[in-house]
Design a protein around this ligand. Structure first.
Ligand SMILES: *Cc1c(COP(=O)(O)O)cnc(C)c1O
Length: 373
């Protein structure tokens, strides 16, 4: 067998729309396809304003600029996450205060956040791990009470909800990723959602290299110039055209991913009952967007044995996220607190293959092997 961990899915329309973008003769950013994707996300999920970016990392950097992070400001980020959730704020001069995960799932422990707040705290960054919502009511309540901003890292959370509200639409700002390992892809790509009116105008300026070019194109000003900081965050129309094909198939992609996820659950549920590992946890307040199927083993040794056994049969399962608070870059900057739940997920969590073109038979074969059949 040869089952990779991930395989980018093509809907079949990507090349068609990319060809259209090329023959329209409009290749740079903020053209027809970019606006179509942004409008689709705004209308479908009620996001106040969406701006496509070249990655989720870029969208997070835009968020750090919009939050006006100054050297010495503190930002609360879970330690069990991808580097970018912290890096974007560190680049702006922030000190990252790492938070631990919950016992029940890898998301930030909302009950611990308040104890990490100091007079220098500016922003909280909840990361919706595996597309499963953090406890956003608690997080927004603490943030509002202390006058903090919330930036949702919703990189994995397209089409997922918290108490019926779409993830990416709850924090002041939010970011999505369309990297080829996510549910909806454009190779590299991302989106910044601006849910607070105060940030809309400045977000467009930061997006367009510190100029008010977007206003000029709408005819709101008769010339444009350099008005603020910014960078080149726009994807080209060729990339947005690819993304449009994916968004058009969002429901179909989600349906397929959910059925594969459900199959894993059905097949692994009896094994989890015998206590060999824990299955993904989805709290009552959250939905499952089938971004990821993971297991939590009892130890690093048991996880390594499982990954090796699957690999021996040509099935690629992977682990990820080494605790950021003990990373070579940050360990000397970290305040020394231990984050035991984060370390446990770093040692014990394993991700199983999950992609559109995976077959139900593949899932069965993987589960049989896990069960030792
Ligand atoms: C994938 C991912 C990112 C980075 O996304 P890019 O588009 O590759 O920059 C950031 N945060 C989380 C939680 C992710 O899963």
């Amino acid at each position: 067998m040869n089952i990779p961990f991930n395989k980018p899915h093509l809907t079949g329309k990507e090349a068609h729309y990319m060809y259209e973008a090329v023959f329209d003769g409009k290749l740079s950013g903020n053209g027809k396809f970019t606006r179509r994707c942004q409008q689709y996300l705004e209308e479908r999920y009620g996001f106040r304003k969406c701006l496509l970016t070249t990655s989720c990392t870029d969208a997070l950097e835009m968020a750090a600029m919009l939050c006006d992070i100054k050297p010495g400001d503190e930002v609360i980020v879970p330690s069990y996450t991808f580097v970018s959730s912290a890096l974007a704020f560190v680049r702006a001069g922030a000190k990252v205060v790492f938070a631990d995960s919950m016992k029940r799932n890898p998301n930030i422990d909302a009950d611990q956040i308040e104890s990490l707040i100091t007079p220098r705290t500016r922003v909280i960054v909840p990361v919706h791990y595996a597309g499963v919502a953090c406890d956003m009511d608690k997080i927004m309540e603490v943030a509002n009470r202390h006058g903090l901003l919330v930036v949702e890292d919703a990189a994995q959370a397209i089409d997922s909800f918290y108490k019926g509200r779409p993830l990416g639409g709850i924090g002041h700002l939010a970011t999505f990723s369309f990297h080829e390992t996510k549910n909806i892809i454009s190779g590299e790509g991302g989106c910044l959602c601006i849910n607070d009116d105060r940030f809309v105008r400045r977000a467009e300026i930061i997006w367009e290299k510190g100029t008010n070019r977007a206003e000029f194109f709408r005819g709101e000003v008769n010339k444009y110039g350099w008005v603020d900081i910014g960078s080149s965050f726009l994807p080209s129309e060729v990339v947005s055209a690819f993304l449009w094909a994916q968004l058009e198939s969002l429901d179909e992609i989600q349906l397929r991913r959910r059925s594969l996820w459900q199959r894993y659950l059905e097949r692994l549920f009896p094994l989890a009952g015998s206590g060999r590992f824990r299955l993904p946890d989805i709290p009552d307040y959250a939905t499952n967007n089938a971004h990821m199927f993971y297991l939590v083993c009892h130890s690093l040794a048991e996880r390594s044995a499982l990954i090796d056994r699957l690999k021996g049969s040509g099935m690629l399962a992977v682990f990820h996220y080494l605790s950021l608070h003990s990373s070579p870059f940050y360990r000397d900057r970290h305040d020394g607190r231990t984050l035991p739940e984060c370390d446990r997920y770093a040692d014990c969590l394993v991700r199983l293959p999950l992609y559109y073109d995976l077959l139900l038979e593949d899932v069965d074969a993987i589960c049989d092997l896990i069960g030792g059949a």
